[in-house]
Structures are given as structure tokens and as C-alpha cells.
Design a protein around this ligand. Structure first.
Ligand code: GDP
Length: 361
């Protein structure tokens, strides 16, 4: 965007696409994220997924293990998917990156029985406004009366093994969702019938409880990213980092810290940073970069590991002095070899944009 005072990018790598999961309360966002994490842990070798602050990274190999025949890893050169845990629905509206959406791609979870609800429509409006591509997860397919679950199966095989009655019940609900999407101005169809994902929204029937259709969802997300976002993913992962604050939290021994999604470049311990705050930009220095410890026990004193450097895309907790007034949704920028004033200006103009868009709500 024209407010971007960042350096010219010399791409050295393809970063992980950032995936947000949205939808009406109780339609299954949390369960879906837990299922992706859980099956990634059981499918992949130890350490195959990494739990970040506010995000979960699922590498391509694990996506492919989980998706079975639906994902051939040799078709892809993006490194995997980074699922962000959007804290609360409303804050998603302020989660931006340089004027655009923080998420590169989104999943809108809709309960197949409950259909469209107010927060479903709200999510679609946000995605349309920010131009974020998305797929619809028609969740809870397993609650269709007479459903015979096939845990972890791709959805078509599972669908074909159902009774005629169960299939037509599910069909009715799916067509209702496709009709509701059309009422909102989106041309949509069951994902395997979609030829052009740039024009049509794919609907993936699935269950976060039985994992049926989860292989399909991962395959669609991976395919969409690879096909339409590859250029956007080319970043300089060693350049001065750019990120968005997810949450501001007090941590014992560190004071106020910011949970950040880093979408460009890198951040290192000792870097000078500019962070958006309620009273304008805060200029400070990274004291520590904190990652959750694997299997951290809640009672254990040290819940975090300190790391020296983090590269995009990643979720990281940044500890630095003077972060008390930092703001969720605000930009965070590494200064490094740039002029600090220009970075402050960049953060100021982004803060102004956030304020405008929040007033529009
Ligand atoms: P969120 O508010 O969107 O995060 O919804 P949750 O993930 O907390 O799910 C709400 C409820 O629906 C919980 O009781 C889940 O166990 C249940 N649920 C979520 N996904 C499924 C599914 O695919 N099938 C069934 N049967 N229940 C589900």
C-alpha cells in the first residue's frame, strides 16, 4: 500500500500463509483448531507442528500426512499453513497488516444444521471488505440424522457410504448454505465442483469431531494458497520484521508483553521496535522473544523459552519495556537499519487507518 515505508523486498523465501478461522459462536471454530492440532500431533512425527503464541504452524509434510491422497507434497513449495487463534470475533476486524487483512486466507465455519447466523454474515462482510479469500467449512456433518461416521475420511468417501436418507438430509442443509452465500453475493458450490476459486467460494462439508472432511479442508487451503498467493508469500525473511499485535498481556517477570503475528521479515532480541499504542507509537527495544514451551505445565515457573530470532510467518510473544499502552490490532515494526522517524510515521498512519475502520463498525 502507499503507506508502506518498508524496505524494497528482496525475497529469499516463501513464507507460510496465515489462516484465520471465523464463524458464529458454537459453530465449531475452537474444535476445528483443536482437531487440526490434535491430528497433526498424532499423524506427524514428534515436533511436526509447532505451537506458537496465538498460532499453530502445520508444516507441509504434516498437512500432506493428514490429507492423505488429497495432498501430494511435491505439488507445493509453500512451507505449510499457520493457523491463527483470533482472540474473539470482534478483534478480527482490527487485525490488519499494512492496510490489508492480517490473514491471507480464511475458513468460515458454519454449523450445517444451524446455517447462517448473525456472526456468519458479519464474518463474510469483513472478508469481503478486506478482500480475503475464504472457504466455508460446513461443520457438524456428523450430526445429520442417521450419519455413519468414518473417522478422518475424506468427505466424498464418507458421503458415499451413508444411507440415502442421511445423504439427502445433508444435501438439503448444504444447499441452504450455498443459497445463503448467494444471498450475500457470493457464488458458491461444493468445493469439488469449483473450477475457479478466484470466482467461486468452495463449501467443504466436514466434522471437527470425527475429522471427516478435514483432509479436504486442508487440501483446499493448501491448494488455494499455492495457486493464488505464491507471489504474496515471497518475502525477505531476514529483513526488518512487520507484524500485528494480537493481544497485550502481563507476564510475571516481564511486565506488559505483546502477542504478535509476524507476517514479514524477522525480529531479533535487542532490535529497536515501534509498536502502536493508545497514545501513539511506542519506541522501545526487544528484551526477549518468548515461545511457549512444549508441553508447558501451568504450574511450572518458566512457561516460555527465550529465542534469539523469529522469522515470518510466526506467532511470538515480544517482551519489551513500556508496552503497557500497546494496542491489540496495532502494527509492530522492527527499525533495524532504517530511519526510526520513517518507521514511526508508518506506524502512525496505520494507527489512523485502524481508528477509521473501527469507527465504521
Ligand atoms: P466455537 O464457539 O465456534 O469455538 O465452537 P466450539 O468449537 O466451542 O464448539 C461448540 C460445540 O459444538 C462444542 O460442544 C463442540 O464439541 C461441538 N462441535 C464442534 N464441532 C462439531 C462437529 O463437527 N460435530 C459435532 N457433533 N459437534 C461439534
Amino acid at each position: 500500500s502507499d503507506t508502506d515505508a518498508g524496505p524494497t523486498v528482496e525475497p529469499d523465501a516463501l513464507r507460510t500463509p496465515i489462516v484465520a478461522v471465523l464463524g458464529h459462536v458454537d459453530h465449531g471454530k475452537t474444535t476445528l483448531l483443536d482437531t487440526v492440532r490434535g491430528s497433526a500431533v498424532s499423524e506427524g512425527e514428534a515436533g511436526a507442528i509447532t505451537q506458537h503464541i496465538g498460532a499453530t504452524a502445520v508444516p507441509l509434510g504434516t498437512v500432506s500426512d493428514m490429507a492423505g491422497d488429497l495432498v501430494d507434497p511435491t505439488d507445493f513449495d509453500l512451507p505449510g499453513l499457520l493457523f491463527i487463534d483470533t482472540p474473539g470475533h470482534h478483534s478480527f476486524t482490527t487485525l490488519r497488516s499494512r492496510g490489508g487483512a492480517l490473514a491471507d486466507i480464511a475458513v468460515v465455519v458454519v454449523d450445517v444444521n444451524d446455517g447462517f447466523q448473525p456472526q456468519t454474515i458479519e464474518a463474510l462482510e469483513i472478508l469481503e471488505r478486506t478482500g480475503t479469500p475464504f472457504v466455508v467449512a460446513a461443520n457438524k456433518a456428523d450430526t445429520t440424522p442417521g450419519w455413519n461416521p468414518r473417522d478422518g475420511s475424506p468427505i466424498q468417501a464418507s458421503y458415499e457410504s451413508q444411507s440415502e436418507a442421511a445423504r439427502s438430509r445433508l444435501d438439503e442443509n448444504l444447499y441452504e448454505i450455498i443459497g445463503d452465500l448467494s444471498d450475500e453475493g457470493f457464488s458458491a458450490d461444493l468445493y469439488w465442483r469449483v473450477q475457479n476459486f478466484a470466482k467461486n467460494v468452495g463449501v467443504v462439508p466436514m466434522s471437527a469431531i470425527t475429522s471427516e472432511g478435514v483432509p479436504d479442508l486442508l487440501a483446499v487451503l493448501m491448494g488455494l494458497s499455492q495457486r493464488y498467493m505464491k507471489e504474496q508469500m515471497a518475502v525477505d525473511t531476514t529483513g526488518p520484521g512487520a507484524g500485528t499485535v494480537l493481544e497485550v498481556k502481563d507476564e510475571r517477570g516481564f511486565g506488559a508483553t505483546v502477542d504478535t503475528v509476524l507476517y514479514d521479515g524477522s525480529v531479533r532480541a535487542g532490535d529497536e521496535i515501534v509498536v502502536g499504542g493508545t497514545d501513539g507509537p511506542i519506541v522501545t527495544e526487544v528484551r526477549a522473544l518468548l515461545q511457549p514451551r512444549p508441553n508447558a505445565e501451568i504450574r511450572v515457573e518458566k512457561r516460555f523459552d527465550k529465542v534469539e530470532e523469529v522469522r515470518a510467518a510466526a506467532g511470538i510473544k515480544v517482551a519489551a519495556p513500556d508496552l503497557d499502552d500497546a494496542m491489540a490490532g496495532a502494527p509492530i515494526r522492527v527499525v533495524r537499519d532504517r530511519d526510526c522517524e520513517s518507521v514511526i510515521e508508518e506506524v502512525e498512519s496505520e494507527l489512523a487507518e485502524i481508528q477509521v475502520s473501527t469507527e465504521e463498525e
